[in-house]
Design a protein around this ligand. Structure first.
Ligand code: SF4
Ligand code: MG
Length: 314
């Protein structure tokens, strides 16, 4: 059975070891068990980096990541392993992450056997059950990745992730490469799995409509920082941060809610050299003198709502 005790809390103060660019910083995000959190921002805002940190693929250079209440640096090897298995990542391009020379049944069955979650003799049955669970005919286990469509490959990727009995899936633009109708089917599968397995999700996406449909809460990122966090309905009904407002103004489906929000102007600045003060100030219609020098902190503006904008100081 899937262990439902998973919890990731407090990803903050994160930068990268390998690169000079600080992709994300001053992040403080707690995701509760069973929750679906959408993480939204323009390409290059650091949302994929943050997703990879949550999944343990990237380590922050400072700050802390806690899983089930234990900080990364305090984890025993057993706790690290539980984290590595408990949080699985689903990528945009499943084909790139599937070994072309392995039958998909082998790909799905490999990790659970290696980690001793299932006996080798039971692997075929186990794989068949997983394939049924994600809507694939188990007879396809003998086929190779190139024999599947994009949507089927994403289902294979999901089955492979589920094979190690995770509590938490980080989905990074997981449906962005799929046709709209297939996209909807895969999103429905994610929601079914949430119900049947009690999964927790972090949905990293540039697509606000997808995020609105799936998420309990939404975090908005801009140039490596979270600028707003709110319950989904509150965020879409009354976005607080000017950047969130600008993002919403660009979603055609949300026409009725556009109101007076203006779309985003200007180019996304380089994350290597973000503007001082509020990083959004060069594009913000409300920017004042303070915005150019003082960085607004992400702070509570209402129960369950956080925003990083000086306008909230009155
Ligand atoms: Fe705009 Fe200033 Fe708020 Fe930044 S702090 S979003 S520049 S009003
Ligand atoms: Mg990305």
């Amino acid at each position: 059975r899937v262990d439902l005790a998973g919890r990731i809390a407090n990803v903050f103060g994160a930068g990268l070891h390998e690169t000079v660019v600080q992709a994300v910083s001053d992040i403080d995000l707690a995701i509760g068990e069973g929750e679906v959190v959408g993480l939204v921002g323009e390409s290059g805002c650091g949302k994929s980096t943050l997703g990879r940190m949550v999944a343990g693929i990237l380590e922050p250079s400072d700050g802390a990541i806690r899983y089930r209440g234990v900080a990364l640096e305090a984890m025993t090897s057993a706790q690290k392993r539980a984290w590595a298995l408990g949080v699985q990542m689903i990528f945009q391009d499943p084909f790139a992450s599937l070994n072309p020379r392995l039958r998909v049944g082998e790909t799905i069955g490999e990790a659970p056997v290696v980690h001793g979650l299932v006996d080798k003799g039971q692997a075929a049955d186990y794989v068949a059950e997983l394939m049924r669970r994600v809507g694939l005919d188990p007879a396809y286990a003998r086929r190779y990745p190139h024999q599947f469509s994009g949507g089927q490959r994403q289902r294979i990727g999901i089955a492979r992730a589920l094979a190690v009995k995770p509590a938490f899936l980080v989905c990074d633009e997981a449906t962005a490469a799929l046709d709209v109708s297939i996209q909807a089917q895969v999103l429905n599968l994610f929601m079914e799995l949430r119900q049947s397995l009690g999964l927790t999700y972090l949905f990293v996406s540039h697509n606000l409509a997808v995020v609105e449909h799936l998420s309990d809460r939404v975090a908005i990122m801009y140039l490596g920082r979270i600028v707003e966090i709110a319950p989904t309905e509150a965020l879409f009904d009354a976005p607080n941060h000017p950047y969130t407002q600008a993002l919403l103004s660009e979603v055609p489906k949300l026409e009725a809610r556009r109101r007076a929000y203006r779309p985003i102007e200007g180019e996304l600045p380089s994350p290597i050299d973000p503007p001082p003060g509020c990083a959004f100030h060069p594009r913000c219609p409300h920017a004042g003198a303070r915005c150019r020098t003082e960085r607004p902190a992400l702070r509570a503006i209402a129960p369950g709502r956080l925003s990083a904008c000086h306008l909230n100081d009155g």
